[in-house]
Write a new protein. Sequence first.
Length: 356
Amino acid sequence: MHSLSERYRRCLLGGAVGDALGAPYDGQSLDEVQQSRRPASLPDGRHRPLRYLPVAGRVGANTDAAQLLLFTAEGLLRAHARRRAGGHQDWVHDDALSAVHRAYLRWLDTQRNEGPPPRPDGWLSGEKALYARRTRDPVTARVLRSGLKGRLDAPINNARDASVLLRAAPVAMASWTPWSLARDVAALTHMHPHAAHATAAFAVILQKCLVGAGLDDAVESAWRKATDAGATTVAQRMEQALEAGDTCEPTPANAEEARGDDDALGALCLAIFAVASTSDSPEALQVAISPGGSASRAGAAAGLLTGALRADPLPDILLEPLELRGIATTVANDLYGHFSGSPFELTEAEWDRYPG
C-alpha cells in the first residue's frame, strides 16, 4: 500500500499527465478524436500505449488548468505559513480564500510576462516553465483582470468551464473538510452553481481516496454533501456516472454519454466513469480523453482520481517528458509536509519559499 505522501505525488502527477495527454484533442468532437487516434487498439483488443502529441511545439506540454492547480496549492501553502508565523495551528476560511486569489493574480503575471522577475514573489513565480502561455479558459484571466472576486451569492458571471474542477485537488490535500473551501475557490472565477458544487464534490472524492477509501465510498460521501447542500443535479449525475462505469463498457460513445454537457460537472462525471469502468490508470486516461471537448480537463480529472486511488504506476514514457513533472512533485511534497499532520516547522527557508 502506498504511503500518503506517495498518493499526494501520484495524484498531482496523474493530473498533469492527463492534462498533457488531452490537450491536443481540446475542442475536437468524438469522431475527430477517434479519427486522429486511429488505430486506437491492437489486434487483440488492447489499447495502444498512450503517447503525447505536441502542443505549441512541445511534447508533454501542460495547459493553464494544470498551472492554476499549482497556484491554488501555493495560495493554500502561503495561507498556512502565514497562520503558523502568527502562532496559529489552523487557517481561517476567508484567509485561505484570499491567499488563493492572490496566487491567481501571480499566475496572471506569468501570462503577461516573458519570464520570472529578478526577485520573484515566492519560488513558484520563479519557475520559467509556468510562464508558458497555454490559456484554454479565457474566463479566469478576464475575471482576474477585472479586480473582482466572485462569490456564489454575488455572481459576476455564469461560467462553468471544466478547468475549475482541477482546483479541487490541492484543497483535498490541505483540508479534512474540503467542501466549502473548494466550492468558494471555484467561485472566485466560475460562478455557475454546477461548476462550484462539482469542484466541491471532487474535493471530497479525492480527499476520501487519498486516505484509502474506495471509489464507491468516496462518491457516496460526495453525494451526501451535495444532497445536503441542495446540489441535487450534481448528486444525481455523480450517481449515474458511477452506475454507468459499473455496468457499461468503457467505449468513447459511453464516455461521451456519461459526460453529458462539456463543463465542470461533465468532466467530473466523465472522470468517475473512466475510473469506474477500467482496471488500470492508463486505460482510464484513454477513456477520459476519448470524447474530445474539454479533453485536457477530463484527462487531468481522471489522472488526479487514479493517482489518489490506484497503485499501478504511470509509464515512464509519460512521466519523463512531462513539462511540469518536477514542479508538481515538489508542490505535492510541500502539501504533504504542511497538511498531512506530520511534524512541521516553519523555517526561514520555508518562509522564503511560501511567504505569507
